[in-house]
Design a protein around this ligand. Sequence first.
Ligand code: SF4
Length: 250
Amino acid sequence: MISDIKILFHQGKQYIPDVTTAEVPGIFRGRPVISTEPADVARLVEICPTGAISTGPVSIDMGKCVFCGECQFAYPGKIRFTKDFKISSASREGLIVPEGRDVPVTVNPALIRKEIRKLFGKSLKLRQVSAGGDNSCEWELNAAGNVNFDMGRFGIEFVASPRHADGIVITGPITKNMARPLQICYDAVPHPKVIILAGTDAISGGIFAGSNALDRSFLDKYPVDLYIPGNPVHPLTFINGVLDLIRNRK
Ligand code: SF4
């Protein structure tokens, strides 16, 4: 008993007390900031492997960005990536960061279906569908439930069956082979169903965008409730994004 207490004391608190203000250690690329200083814009566009950079004005689409950092390495005075991990949006357009903007990305409550906060504010069960994913986002989503991030304390959990779920979290670019299983899973979730896209591959196809191996027609049929960028998604990005979707935290 005494030795158990000693171990507990030695280990201290393993969970992150406040997931909204935690600092991510080491290299992490979150919300980009683009300065208005002149740069070779054509070269910038050329550098980006996924077409995430647009011109007029220069902007980065976090739904396409794989956060490789190549643009920052080439033009550090023009582009820098902050450690701001709260980058989720209820709209696709909300993921686009234009030059000269250095404000947090928020989940616009006006775009959230009313029943989501009413029904799932205290408990949201999700079924994860890896639709051709490479196990990076899946790994991070798994970590969101571990003792450090502990998203279960907010009532957010992954469940083993879509029949027990309130919604689905899609990772991966949605390959042809996974198009039908994704549809079957979605059909098995009771109404109202939440759809969350987690990671660049799910949001835009990422580096696989335009591939013949993909079938993303599912996304043409149903409205997406939350876009969570990242490559892969950081657990803090996921938890904060989902909390902003289901709760009013202002
Ligand atoms: S960090 Fe994003 S915007 Fe910059 S080059 Fe890589 S994919 Fe493109």
